[in-house]
Each structure stands twice: as C-alpha cells, then as structure tokens.
Design a protein around this ligand. Structure first.
Ligand code: FAD
Length: 400
C-alpha cells in the first residue's frame, strides 16, 4: 500500500506546455534543452518577424548564414574543423526549432551540414576538409549537394552526369536538378558516373563550364534557393574527387544524415501549426462561443496532439539509437515517412481550423503545408521509404 506521502508524489502538477502532452521535454538532457531554447530565441528575434515576407518574395536571406554559423548550427553534429560536435538529438532539436519557423531555413542548414559538409567530412581528403569545412561551418562559404537529375530522382543509379579521366584530370558533363542552395553555393558536391562507378567531386563555383539557373515559380520552400546545375566540359584535377567515396552508397549515406534532421524538423513545423490553430480557435467566436469549445474542433486538436507527440517520441528514440551508432536505414525511413506524413496532415487540418484566414500568409499553417509538400518528396519520397520498409519486412525489393 502506498503511504499518503507516496500518493502525493504520484500526483503530477499542472501541465507545463499543453502541446507537450507526453512531457517529451523530460527525455532531453539539460544541454539539449539549452540548445533548443537558444535556437528558438535567436529565430524569434531574427527570423520569425520576416519569414512570411521572405516566403512571399521567394527570398533566402544569405546574410543569415554567418549568424547560423556563429550559433554552431552548420555541421553541428560533426567533429572537428570548426564544427560544434553535438549529439544527434541536440542537432535534431535545432532542426525542430528551425523548421518551426520555416522548412526553407531548416533545408538550408540540413543541406549545408548534413549533405555538403558531411560528404566532405566523411569522404574527403584532409586537404579538402581543411579547405572547406571551417568556412562552411562559419557560414562564410555555402555548399550544395547534387545527386538528382532532370530524368533521375528516385532512381539515382541511372544518372547521366559523367566524369571521364583526361590525363591526371577529369572532365565533367551533365546536369543536376532541384538542388537546394545551388545558385548561392561556393562549392558543389556533385555525384557522377565514371568508368569506375559513381564518384563524388567538389566543384568550385568559379570552375569554367559550371553554371547554375535558379528554379522559379515554386509554390513550396519559397524562402530557399533551388537550382539547376549545368556542367559543360568542366575540367577538374583529381584532387577535386572525394577519395573515399566509391559507389552510390556514398551519396545515399549522406542522405540518411539529412533525413535524420527532417524527422525532427517536421515535428517543429507541425508544432507551429498546432500552436497557431489553438490560439486562433481560442480567440475566434462563432455561434457565441470560441470555436475551441466545439467538440469537432477539440477532436481535431486531440488527434493532432496525439500524432505530434508520438512523432516526437519516435524522433527522440531514433536519435538515441543514432547516438549509440545502432540506427538502421529502414528505421530512418520509418521516422521520415511517419513524421513528414503526420506533419502534412496536421498542417492541412490546422488550416481548416483557421477557416478563410487559413489560406492567408498572415498565418503559418498554409506556408508550412506548402513547404511540407517538398519535404514529403525530397530525401526519398514517401513511396520510396515505404518500399524500403517493405523490403526490410519481406526481404523482397519491390523498386522495379
Ligand atoms: C524543393 C526541393 C529541393 C530539393 N533539393 C535537392 C538537393 O539539394 N539535392 C538533390 O540531389 N535533390 C534535391 N531534390 C530532389 C529530390 O530529392 C527529388 O525530387 C526526389 O528524389 C524525387 O525525385 P523526382 O522528383 O525525380 O521524382 P520521381 O523519381 O520521378 O518520382 C515521381 C513519383 O513516382 C514515384 N515513384 C518513383 N519510383 C517508384 C517506385 N519504384 N515505386 C513506386 N513509386 C515510385 C515517386 O515516389 C513519386 O511519387 C529537391 C527537391 C525539391 C522539391
């Protein structure tokens, strides 16, 4: 039998944050909470007041890069070369807060750190690391990662971009499509087919024959630069090749790094939508009552809070597996598939709570909903992650 004192200890106090229904904050270390709070404070001052305008104007604020660098957010989970070297969950918390403001901002940080920097950090020569990583970590230089081509997205094995040896050099020809940061990048990690298999190359912006064209008319990730990269006989020394990258497994391993940040980021976008909708529903009166008092509205909120909190539990669990070097690609697929799918559903449902105001950029849900359409597609579409999980369950690959 429990004593009266014991019973009192079992009674929880009032909920600190109704959105954190399951108290997932208690799963975080003090350092992780501090990082999350610091990033949220910076964004509240520097970014949140401007983000709807940047989205509307299709503007990425390049000048933010050094500020993000000073905060340690670029290549945050990498060790050495000016990188912060934090744990996976701390990095996830930063992604969550960034995407709570806008997926475009989180995409910039993901591509810079998890794709451009990680590819150099994991597969580059010491000289390449010294040349690029400290500047990329500081936000003085910007990187991009070119894998997708106009005709090959889900199936990068079919890539047509080719690098051919010419004496001690390589000649690169082809095109990459839908490349985040492409038009503003100082260096591009480019994946190309060679006679020896897929290889990665670092292509500096100034390389003769290398040009970029920004993709206009996007209705998603408008506060992010997305570009086509064109290589017309670009001559590169062998020292531009990533020496440890052999085969398609190399770029795919980079994508796993970025997907990891996405599964946290999606939780942030969903949280911001729910927070906005809850506040709106409290203030909006119809039939002489706040719309939050209607059972149908509460059902929406309850369902969304359940999926938001389970998405957060999933992300933190997978983060801990990553920190213990135990995470498997199909588990990352579970995280990316579930959390982005749930975030899309939450963003759309929150938009309905706002009625007509829900289609205005004055409120965040429609911007998040539009952004999340890209997040659903990039770094492996939902269908491809479903097939990865299907293969893990059945032992049969159903991709072709
Ligand atoms: C805003 C944005 C930014 C991006 N940034 C980058 C970047 O920085 N670097 C980069 O390399 N790429 C980037 N991408 C590209 C992205 O990774 C690709 O769009 C994605 O891999 C899908 O490729 P695709 O668009 O060619 O679609 P496709 O591969 O043509 O697929 C079209 C549809 O067919 C489905 N499909 C394909 N194969 C199968 C199958 N076997 N079974 C069932 N269904 C299938 C897909 O799931 C999808 O629904 C970006 C994309 C966007 C939208």
């Amino acid at each position: 039998m429990s004593s009266a004192g014991g019973a009192a200890k079992e009674t929880p106090g009032p909920m600190k944050d109704p959105l954190d229904l399951l108290d997932t904050t208690s799963l975080l270390t003090g350092e992780e909470r501090d990082i999350k709070a610091t990033v949220a404070r910076f964004l509240a001052d520097r970014v949140r007041p401007h983000i709807a305008g940047w989205f509307e104007d299709a503007h990425f604020p390049r000048e933010l890069a050094p500020e993000l660098g000073r905060l340690g957010l670029l290549g945050m989970h990498l060790e050495g070369y000016g990188c912060a070297g934090t744990g996976a969950v701390a990095y996830g918390m930063a992604c969550l807060e960034l995407e709570a403001v806008d997926s475009g901002l989180r995409s910039f940080v993901s591509v810079q750190g998890s794709l451009a920097m990680f590819s150099i950090w994991r597969y580059g020569s010491e000289e390449q690391k010294q040349q690029w990583l400290p500047r990329l970590a500081a936000g003085e230089a910007i990187g991009c990662f070119g894998l997708t081509e106009p005709d090959f997205g889900s199936n990068p094995a079919g890539m047509r971009t080719r690098a051919v040896r010419d004496g001690g050099d390589w000649i690169l020809d082809g095109a990459k499509m839908w490349i985040t940061n492409g038009g503003i990048a100082d260096v591009a990690t480019v994946w190309a087919a060679t006679e020896e298999g897929v290889r990665g190359f670092l292509v500096p912006r100034a390389a003769p024959g290398f040009s970029t064209r920004d993709i206009e008319r996007k209705l998603s990730l408008r506060a992010s630069v997305t570009s086509e990269l064109v290589f017309d006989g670009v001559r590169l020394p062998d020292s531009a090749r990533l020496p440890d990258a052999r085969g398609l497994g190399a770029p795919l391993s980079c994508l796993n790094e970025a997907r990891f940040g996405i599964m946290f980021g999606a939780v942030g976008a969903a949280r911001d939508c729910l927070q906005t909708a809850l506040a709106y529903a409290d203030a909006r009166i119809q039939f002489d009552q706040p719309i939050s008092a209607f059972q149908l509205t509460q059902r929406k909120f309850a369902d969304m809070a359940v999926s938001l909190n389970t998405a957060m539990l999933l992300a933190v669990h997978l983060g801990r597996l990553k920190e213990q070097h135990r995470i498997r690609p199909e588990q990352i697929s579970v995280g990316k598939l579930n959390n982005v799918r749930e975030a899309v559903a939450i963003a759309r449902e929150c938009r309905t709570v706002l009625g007509a105001n829900g289609v205005s950029l004055d409120y965040s849900p429609i911007r998040h909903a539009n952004n999340l359409e890209s997040v659903l597609t990039y770094e492996g579409t939902s269908e491809i992650h479903t097939l990865v999980i299907g293969q893990a369950l059945t032992g049969r690959a159903a991709f072709t």
